[in-house]
Design a protein around this ligand. Structure first.
Ligand SMILES: Nc1nc(=O)c2c([nH]1)NC[C@@H]1CN(c3ccc(C(=O)N[C@@H](CCC(=O)O)C(=O)O)cc3)CN21
Ligand SMILES: CC(C)C(=O)C(=O)O
Ligand SMILES: [Mg+2]
Length: 272
């Protein structure tokens, strides 16, 4: 682009993408360095997920994550991108009591971070919150199917939207968030056929996190995608790098070099 000015991705581009059959790609990011790399690579959106709870803060679930944890991380990501649309994930306990609380939290993220949209979990149960935040001029990405903030109610990392009542609930949630004004809806851990049906029935774009290929876009947790997560990762994750192995090798080489007196050498030392 002329003068290095890059055109930003906007919510209307999400809608255009669905209408034109162009896939949207997203990753999570929690810091300025990865955000800049992913943005320059051409990712369409970055989600500053409450998955930072697992991936940055070392919790077992997303439940302990607070607004105050996520604000500096979201600011770092929003400040590092030129093109990608940045979505701030609203943490557990920051919107469920009602539309007033949801709007208050959304205002904090929009005023204090530079994010371009917010995300919250829940379909029918969160529709009034979505409606109020959208009415204030803030784009909302919805999140249905497996919703990690309710993992204890759902009984673990369980696939949602399975044949029967699961599909009916998924469709009801999808329509509720569209009617409430969400600009896009994330579906997590949903059978591909159910996600296809939702994508066909809705006007707004759908984003898959383990919801198969028949959606408008795809999203992955970057630490899973880059092979940095240790421990169990979901079946839907495809690893595009092996960063944990690379860092393990680098750490061992550094330790060995220092032990052998090979680092620092003259090249990496200052002359008087
Ligand atoms: N997108 C995403 N959502 C998450 O909730 C999540 C991540 N990524 N990555 C980091 C952790 C790891 N999580 C998970 C989620 C599912 C399984 C899993 O193995 N699920 C089974 C299906 C459900 C089951 O049988 O328990 C699978 O085969 O995918 C593992 C770790 C939760 N966290
Ligand atoms: C997995 C995505 C959808 C998310 O909510 C997160 O990373 O927090
Ligand atoms: Mg989340």
């Amino acid at each position: 682009m002329a003068d290095g000015v890059v055109k930003r991705v906007r919510t209307r581009h999400f809608q255009n993408a669905k209408e034109q059959g162009i896939p949207i790609t997203g990753l999570t990011s929690y810091d300025a360095l990865t955000a800049g790399i992913f943005d320059r690579a051409g990712i369409d959106f970055l989600l500053v997920g409450d998955s930072a709870g697992n991936n940055v803060l070392g919790y077992d679930t997303t439940l302990p994550v607070t607004i105050d944890h996520l604000i500096p991380l979201t600011r770092a990501v929003a400040g590092a991108v030129q093109r990608a649309l940045v979505v701030a994930d609203m943490p557990f306990g920051s919107y469920e009591t009602g539309p007033d609380e949801a709007l208050h939290t959304a205002f904090r993220f929009m005023k204090e971070t530079g994010a371009h949209a917010v995300k919250l979990e829940g379909g029918v149960r969160s529709a009034e919150q979505i409606r109020r935040v959208v009415a204030a001029g803030i784009p909302v990405m919805a999140h249905i199917g497996f919703t990690p903030q309710s993992e204890h109610q759902l009984g673990g990392h369980v696939i949602q939207g399975r044949a029967g009542s699961g599909v009916e609930q998924l469709l009801a949630d999808a329509h509720a968030v569209e009617d409430a004004g969400a600009f896009a809806v994330v579906m997590e851990m949903v059978p591909a056929e159910a996600a296809k049906r939702v994508t066909e029935e809705l006007r707004i774009p759908t984003i898959s996190v383990g919801a198969g290929p028949h959606t408008t876009g795809q999203l992955l947790v970057w630490t899973d995608w880059a092979g940095l997560t240790t421990g169990r990762i979901p079946k839907f994750v495809k690893k595009y790098a092996e960063l944990a192995e690379i860092l393990d090798g680098a750490a061992k080489a550094y330790i060995a070099d220092v032990a052998a007196g090979a680092y620092p050498d003259a090249e990496h030392s200052y002359d008087g």
